[in-house]
Design a protein around this ligand. Structure first.
Ligand SMILES: Nc1ncnc2c1ncn2[C@@H]1O[C@H](COP(=O)(O)OP(=O)(O)OP(=O)(O)O)[C@@H](O)[C@H]1O
Ligand SMILES: [Mg+2]
Length: 256
């Protein structure tokens, strides 16, 4: 069965795209057929995998708003990882979807046919609670929330949880929170430890065990168009995303 997971947090720069790319590649390295859908007009998930498209029809915009075949890319022969890219044309979809009735569930309807070919579909959301994030949450069965280990980590989380609750009630009753993943953890920084403790205190076992460390390899690899597992598979970042993939696969199979 396909598992569709949105990677969402309206806070900017918390590690959504880094998580979507590297978790996707780690799951593919574990033998899963993975589709990464870039739902952000910034197109960071696309360029981070070395894919740059300029034509609207070759991006998620065309897939959502026109009757084009899904423009799928498979950037690396050795990984069963596919990408549906985005580019700035997607920004127009935001208001076009708002203008059409039922604009919240367009991606969910389009995904019905596409999702079946994959074990896992990851949706990399933009840093807002606008219609592209709402479309992702309507199309997903679960949501993974990256939270950066910094002072304002939980700022805005209440609003995100409230949005998820409303989407569950109105459009997608099956939506569940798959977990909160702490990102950019620096073990030499006391504040990071305090934040991690506090987040676990407030959110309990919703917080995943795997901590993603701050790791320079993770910030370098997108400029090479590579996931960290292909860029430097012995780095702390690569090991962390493989551990996150294993944690998700294990808890999935044990029915948690
Ligand atoms: N664990 C990490 N270690 C080091 N750098 C990281 C790590 N995670 C993310 N970064 C860097 O932090 C920046 C923001 O990360 P990323 O783009 O993944 O966040 P985002 O939540 O997708 O941002 P946006 O909200 O703009 O979409 C990027 O420059 C990225 O390379
Ligand atoms: Mg991003």
């Amino acid at each position: 069965m396909t598992s569709v997971m949105a990677v969402a947090n309206q806070k900017g720069g918390v590690g959504k795209t880094t998580t979507a790319i590297n978790l996707g590649a780690a799951l593919a390295a574990r033998g899963k057929r993975v589709l990464l859908v870039d739902c952000d007009a910034q197109g960071n998930a696309s360029s981070g995998l070395g894919v740059r498209v300029t034509d609207a029809d070759a991006s998620l915009y065309g897939f959502l708003q026109r009757e084009v075949d899904p423009p799928l890319h498979r950037p690396f022969e050795q990984l069963p990882l596919w990408l549906l890219p985005a580019n700035p044309t997607l920004a127009a979809a935001e208001w076009e979807l708002a203008a059409q009735g039922g604009g919240e569930t367009v991606l969910a309807r389009k995904m019905e046919s596409l999702g079946r070919d994959f074990h896992v579909v990851l949706l990399d959301c933009p840093p807002s609670l606008g219609l592209l994030t709402v479309n992702s949450l309507c199309a997903a069965q679960s949501v993974l929330i990256p939270l950066q280990c910094e002072y304002f980590a939980m700022e805005g989380l209440t609003l995100l949880l409230e949005t998820i609750r409303k989407i569950k009630m109105r459009w997608n009753p099956a939506l569940r929170i798959r977990g909160i993943v702490l990102t950019m953890f620096d073990r030499r920084n006391n504040l990071c430890h305090q934040v991690a403790t506090e987040v676990r205190h407030h959110l309990g076992d919703r917080v995943l065990k795997t901590l993603i460390p701050r790791n320079v390899r993770l910030s370098e690899c997108p400029s090479h168009g590579l996931p960290v597992t292909l860029y430097d598979r012995n780095s702390a970042g690569a090991r962390a995303y493989l551990a996150l993939a294993d944690e998700l696969l294990e808890t999935e199979s044990s029915g948690e």
